[in-house]
Design a protein around this ligand. Structure first.
Ligand SMILES: Cc1cc2nc3c(=O)[nH]c(=O)nc-3n(C[C@H](O)[C@H](O)[C@H](O)COP(=O)(O)OP(=O)(O)OC[C@H]3O[C@@H](n4cnc5c(N)ncnc54)[C@H](O)[C@@H]3O)c2cc1C
Length: 295
C-alpha cells in the first residue's frame, strides 16, 4: 500500500491527526489498536464542551469521523519502521507493507507493568521492558519474555538471536497468526502460565510461575502491548529526550524530516485535550509537507 501520510496510533492523537490530514486531501492511513488506547479505559469529565463521556465512545465516533473524511484505518500493530530512500516502510503484524512519504507517531505511552514482586527491584538488573534496547546484554544467557501480543512475539524472536534460551510465557495469545508461525520456526519455547514473582539476588535468577514452577532465567523481558513507541522512533534513529519522550517543535516536527509526533508520546500532561490539539497540528503539517512536495 502506498500513502502520503501514515499515522501510527489509533488513540485520540492519531485519530485527530488522521482527520486533519485527510481533510487536506492527501492519502492517509492510520494504524494501531483502538482497544490499546489509554482513552479506551477512561471516563472523561474534563474535556471541553462535553461534561461526561466514556473514552470508548469518543474513540468510536472519532474513528467514524476519520473514515468519513477519507482516512483508511487498519487495526494492526506495527512491528517495523524503516526509511527507504525518500519513503518510510512500515511493516504490520500481518506482514502487510505500507509505504509513506510522511509519518506521524501517535503511539501513546505503553510500558504496561506486570505488577509482580521483583519487577521494580530488578529493573535494570535483569528486568527490561525493551528487547531492542537490552537484548545484547543477554548473549548466551537464558531469558523469559512475558506477554501475549505482537510486542512479545517480536521480542522473543529478537532475543532468540542473542540468548542461549528464550522462554515465552503467555496466557491468552493475541499476536497475529503470521507472527505466531514465525515464532514457531525459531528455538523459542512457549509456556502457557501466569508469572507470579521475579526472583533474584543482586540480579535476576529466576521467574516463578503460578503453581510453584521456577524458570531458571537471568533476564525477564516484559512486553505487554504493541512494540513500544520509543522502539519505533529508535528504529528511525530518533533518540528520546532525557525524560524518555519524543522531542517535537511547535509544528510537532521531530528531529527527522517528514516524521511528526503527537500526544502522550511527546510528553506531559498526559491528557486528551493535549493529545487532540497536537494531533491536529501534526496531521495538518504532515499533510501540508507532502502536498508542497507534490506541487
Ligand atoms: C484510566 C485512565 C483515565 C484517564 N482519564 C483521563 C481524563 O479523564 N481526562 C483526560 O484528559 N485524559 C485522561 N486519560 C489520559 C488520556 O487517555 C491520554 O492522554 C490519551 O489517550 C493520549 O492519547 P494518545 O493518542 O497520545 O495515546 P493513546 O490513547 O494511548 O493511543 C496510543 C495508540 O498507539 C497505538 N500504538 C502503540 N504502539 C503501536 C505500535 N507498535 N503499532 C501500532 N500502533 C501502536 C495503540 O494501539 C493506540 O491506538 C486517562 C488515561 C487513563 C489510562
Amino acid at each position: 500500500m502506498d500513502v502520503d501520510v501514515a499515522i501510527i496510533g489509533l488513540g485520540p492523537a492519531g485519530l485527530q491527526a488522521a482527520i486533519h490530514a485527510a481533510r487536506n486531501k492527501v492519502k492517509v492511513v492510520a494504524m494501531g489498536k483502538s482497544e490499546s488506547s489509554s482513552l479506551n479505559r477512561a471516563d472523561v469529565e474534563n474535556y471541553f464542551g462535553i461534561p461526561s463521556i466514556e473514552g470508548k465512545e469518543l474513540l468510536r465516533v472519532g474513528r467514524e469521523q476519520a473514515k468519513n473524511f477519507g482516512a483508511e484505518l487498519l487495526e494492526e500493530d506495527i512491528i517495523k519502521l524503516a526509511k527507504e530512500g525518500n519513503r518510510f516502510k512500515i511493516t504490520t503484524e500481518t506482514d502487510r507493507e505500507v509505504f509513506a512519504r510522511a509519518i506521524v507517531l501517535a503511539t501513546g505511552i505503553s510500558r504496561a507493568k506486570l505488577g509482580v514482586p521483583g519487577e521494580k527491584e530488578y529493573l535494570g538488573k535483569g528486568v527490561s521492558y525493551c528487547a531492542s534496547c537490552d537484548a545484547g546484554f543477554f548473549r548466551g544467557r537464558a531469558v523469559a519474555v512475558i506477554g501475549e501480543e505482537s510486542e512479545a512475539a517480536e521480542s522473543a524472536m529478537l532475543l532468540d538471536e542473542y540468548a542461549a534460551k528464550v522462554i515465552w510465557v503467555h496466557r491468552e495469545l493475541k499476536a497475529s497468526p503470521q507472527m505466531l508461525d514465525k515464532v514457531k520456526r525459531t528455538k523459542v519455547e512457549m509456556i502457557a502460565a501466569k508469572p507470579v514473582k521475579i526472583i533474584g539476588e543482586t540480579t535476576v535468577t529466576g521467574l516463578e510461575l503460578e503453581g510453584g514452577q521456577v524458570l531458571d532465567v537471568q533476564g525477564v523481558f516484559i512486553a505487554l502491548g504493541a512494540k513500544g513507541s520509543m522502539d519505533l522512533a529508535l528504529e528511525l534513529g530518533i533518540l528520546p529526550d532525557p525524560s524518555g519522550q519524543i522531542k517535537v517543535d511547535e509544528n510537532c516536527r521531530t528531529e527527522m524530516e517528514y516524521v511528526y509526533a503527537c500526544g502522550d508520546v511527546t510528553g506531559r500532561p498526559w491528557q486528551l485535550a493535549r493529545a487532540v490539539g497536537q494531533g491536529c497540528v501534526a496531521g495538518d503539517n504532515a499533510s501540508k509537507a507532502v502536498r508542497q512536495e507534490k506541487v
